[in-house]
Design a protein. Structure first.
Length: 314
């Protein structure tokens, strides 16, 4: 392992594609990251997180320091022109030496070559060093969101009916005119890449209606809310058991009654899948977050931030 007195300059280090052979070195690099928050997840998911050699829509860049990994980051194309950057880590011996900047630039070059005009990333709101480094790399604030966690409940009821079929047009029309869309700048969870956001499209809702479910809160005066089920996944809980989670890619509503109705439908849907937990992406605003709490949903303790970089002139 390189010691803190290493004099190797980042320009002398090679950036290459990460491989499974790098797993032990990546684990060593991340061993002291977020130790006060349960440790870094990257080393645990690395084999599944890494792309296949033939996968050209995703690329993991690693800065090779010979006897250590100086840094790592992954770039993913989420749409024809939207790139997502994730998993940026820098070895403690190489921080404040331009490693993250070089890794970011490798991502920018790769994404632009594939048609990207914008790149985005997510940072936990408590991660102040990463926020500052991202701004220094050229990212600008995009939006912020939080998770709501309605409890799965087969008997949950709300004051308004919720439609789950034949409602793509109504859901799309509501979303395009919603304050939630304005706050989130049109972003919602990607349909395939976990923990990634991109612009929600009408064709996404058509796909979701066929493969999962789209929700609309229906009142006599029109639609008052929408959401969709994104995916299910398993995660180990604090007791070492496995929980089934159901994820809902974005939710928007008009008022408390619409929120109650939407969360009730989500709770019933999750229960039908025998889920243990849910998470629903909601805009980080005082109104929305307090609505969710008032409607009875547990909410995450902290928001997450999304930043973006204009790649159209890169």
């Amino acid at each position: 392992m390189t010691n803190e007195n290493s004099t190797a300059a980042p320009d002398d280090l090679e950036i290459r594609r990460a491989t499974l052979d790098d797993q032990e070195a990546v684990a060593a690099m991340t061993s002291d990251i977020w130790s006060d928050r349960g440790g870094d997840y990257l080393s645990r998911v690395y084999p599944d997180w890494l792309e296949e050699p033939t996968d050209d829509h995703k690329r993991t860049f690693l800065m090779d320091a010979g006897d250590a990994v100086a840094g790592i980051v992954q770039a993913v194309m989420l749409s024809d022109d939207e790139a997502w950057f994730q998993g940026l880590r820098v070895h403690s011996d190489y921080r404040r030496r331009g490693v993250s900047q070089r890794l970011n630039e490798a991502c920018f070059d790769w994404a632009v070559d594939r048609g990207a005009t914008v790149g985005r990333l997510m940072i936990f709101s408590w991660n102040a060093p990463a926020l500052g480094a991202s701004r220094a790399a050229g990212y600008e604030p995009d939006t912020e969101f939080r998770w709501a966690h309605p409890k799965p409940d087969a008997e949950a009821e709300g004051p308004h009916p919720v439609t789950t079929a034949g409602n793509v047009d109504r859901a799309w029309r509501y979303w395009t005119a919603s304050t939630a869309r304005d706050h989130l700048r049109g972003l919602a969870l990607d349909l395939e890449e976990s923990w990634a956001l991109r612009e929600l499209t009408r064709s996404d809702l058509e796909t979701l209606a066929d493969e999962t479910v789209v929700f609309t809160v229906d009142r006599p005066d029109g639609v008052a809310g929408m959401s969709y089920r994104n995916r299910t996944y398993e995660r180990h809980n604090d007791d070492g058991d496995t929980d089934l989670w159901v994820e809902y890619g974005v939710s928007a509503w008009d008022d408390i009654d619409a929120a109650r109705s939407l969360f009730a439908s989500i709770a019933r849907d999750a229960a039908s899948l025998e889920a243990d937990r849910t998470r629903v992406l909601i805009p980080e605003t005082v109104g929305v977050v307090s609505d969710a709490s008032y409607a009875g949903a547990q909410i995450s303790e902290e928001p997450d931030f999304v930043l973006g970089v204009d790649l159209s002139a890169w």
